[in-house]
Design a binder for this molecule. Structure first.
Ligand SMILES: Cc1ncc(COP(=O)(O)O)c(C=O)c1O
Length: 320
């Protein structure tokens, strides 16, 4: 989908014009994938725009960087501030998707050069709708199991949200779309379910939520964790465990979770209906609890919402 440009991107410590946030074609990350990133949403709430689980995303950004020994020249606080700044400066009063990225920039060529290329950091934000289409939230999506598996644990670390891992995601998602599905599901190297190309997965069987545990090549999703915590408040049992592929066909309900897809029902897998072939009641209950965090219907007992202060001019333009 096209990216709706905003006036500014935070780039290496300051706001620059959207079109000036560029990198050299010999940047290390472009050749060797040495980049880590985050995807964060900010929602419109009755109290104004709030960033969802910002500190958890920033922590994961630094964790991903640590795995690859990428040292960010900024603190977590500075990245948090940058996320606030791009929303406020761009007047994104209706919510936003925020994309922080840190990467090895232009310096020397070579996989592991003697002199470290400088680490560059950018944070962009723009308005963004539903990742898998507008109807997906209520109607659900058709998914398939990909012929491409997720990475084995001794190859690339799945828990790091690093650009290179998205080569696997691209193979899975491109194959799915080529075959007419909305999304592809990757299996772990042991043949059990891992995750979607860009989202975690849950199945519901006999009232219990099952999701692959983190030894099955999936990302430790923040939405996944949100669902686990919300399920606890509703009194639903959650098991993080190995999920056999056939459970996708035998489940009563299934859904994807992720910052982009939020909670998206899966109505069929490999052209077999999941349960009744439409959004199930537990999925709907969890969606209500999730979106209730932003409408105020679900109390934010975890302190997950981080209110954004807008300059007076942006507030006036938004009619606030
Ligand atoms: C491969 C992959 N798995 C899972 C997720 C879900 O993670 P989160 O809920 O933190 O967005 C994402 C999205 O970031 C992803 O790219």
């Amino acid at each position: 989908m096209p990216i709706p440009a905003t006036p500014y991107i935070w780039f290496n410590g300051k706001l620059v014009a959207w079109e000036s946030a560029t990198v050299h074609v010999l940047a290390h990350a472009l050749h060797y994938g040495s980049s880590v990133f985050e995807g964060i949403r900010a929602y419109e709430t009755p109290q104004g725009v709030a960033i969802f689980r910002l500190r958890d995303h920033t922590r994961r950004l630094f964790d991903s960087a640590k795995v690859y020994r990428i040292t960010l020249p900024f603190s977590g606080e500075q990245i948090n501030d940058a996320c606030h700044e791009v929303i406020a400066a761009n007047g994104l009063t209706r919510g936003a998707y925020i994309r922080p990225v840190a990467f090895r920039g232009y310096g020397e060529i070579g996989v592991a050069p003697k002199i470290e290329p400088p680490v560059e950091v950018a944070v962009a934000a723009w308005e963004w709708g539903k990742y898998l289409g507008h109807e997906s939230e209520a109607e659900g999506v058709d998914a398939c199991v990909s012929s491409w598996h997720r990475v084995a644990p001794n190859t690339l670390p799945a828990m790091a949200k690093a650009a290179g891992n998205y080569l696997s995601s691209q193979l899975i998602s491109l194959e799915a779309k080529r075959l007419g599905f909305a999304e592809g599901i990757g299996l772990a190297p042991d043949g059990t379910v891992s995750e979607g190309a860009g989202e975690n997965i849950f199945v519901v069987k006999d009232g219990v939520l099952l999701t692959p545990d983190l030894s099955h090549a999936g990302l430790g999703g923040i939405t996944r964790d949100t669902v686990v915590k919300l399920a606890g408040t509703i009194g639903l049992e959650v098991r993080e465990t190995a999920v056999p592929r056939e459970l996708l066909y035998l489940a009563d309900e299934a859904f994807f979770t992720g910052t982009a897809v939020e909670i998206t029902p899966i109505r069929s897998v490999d052209r077999q209906p999941v349960g009744s072939g439409r959004r199930g009641p537990i999925t709907e209950q969890l969606q209500q609890a999730f979106f209730g965090l932003f409408s105020g219907a679900t109390p934010d007992r975890w302190g997950w919402l981080d209110g954004v202060e807008f300059p007076a001019k942006a507030r006036a333009q938004a009619g606030a």
